[in-house]
Ligand binder design. Sequence first.
Ligand code: NDP
Length: 295
Amino acid sequence: PRTALTLLGLGDMGTALARTWLAAGHRLTVWNRTAAKAGPLAALGAAVAATPAEAVAANRLVVVCLLDDASVGSALDGIDLTGKDLVNLTTGTPAEGRARATWAKERGARFVDAGIMATPSMIGAPEAGGYVFYSGSRGLFDTHRAVLEVPAGARFTGEDPGHAALHDVALLSAMYGLFAGVSHAYALIEGEDISPKDLAPLLSEWLGAMGFFVGNAAERLSSRDFTTGVVSNLAMQVAATGTLVRTAQEQGVSAELISPYLELMARRLAADPAAHGVEDTAGAITLLRRPDRGR
Ligand code: NDP
């Protein structure tokens, strides 16, 4: 069925979203701070609002995709949100998502926060595998699920409005750790008679094989048993990783991208060599959270 909805924000991501809703036959009202960006969408059938207030007034479902949480606050400042269903696709932190949820509730709106796991080119292309995390009002999500799934798949992560951002940031953080390791590997071979193109398939294959760590660490964190079924014990790994640092030195490459993790493993071992030496590396995760912080 055709749904009427409003979209605030026509940057790269907002424009990609708008195109998929229009292509699917939904009735879309758009607003963007720089009005010129709405032109091509108007040609595709979008109604263009002159102000955020006008855009919000047009429909019950209001989707926001702006630069950051501050721009959401400034665009919606002073606007009547009574009875609105507000979906925030703007990237933010969990605390920003929770604060925005409280802010929306105080203004009479239902609210879900979201984290987009896709680039604009993956929007409207299900085969690309992009999707969006949502959290907050289950009622809002259930009401609008079908239209929200037009641009990309939807995964609801619970009613805590901070959890979509938390899932988003957890995945992105792991991704940057992977990028860091791959960057270090390429730096090591630079200037040698080894082509990055020859290393690439070996890296992909190795990282795929080492992906077992994801499930393995989850198992250990859940059971709090870091010792059962260990194949590479921490005492050995800490001794062996000295080779990584020395090789970086020999190659004239900074170890800055990998040394924090190696140091964390060494710290875990040093805290109790007899107990932690027979674990694997997942126990090091327990050192990361500050005891005086978090929820
Ligand atoms: P762009 O930089 O292309 O667009 C930013 C948008 O925010 C524009 O519509 C801009 O308006 C608007 N904006 C910025 N500041 C303000 C303000 N103070 N008041 C009102 N409007 C403002 O970013 P994207 O479209 O790529 O990203 C939008 C959101 O989507 C971000 O939160 C981003 O993190 C998230 N996202 C983006 C991904 C990507 O790959 N692009 C991937 C996943 C999430 P104007 O046109 O007037 O400048």
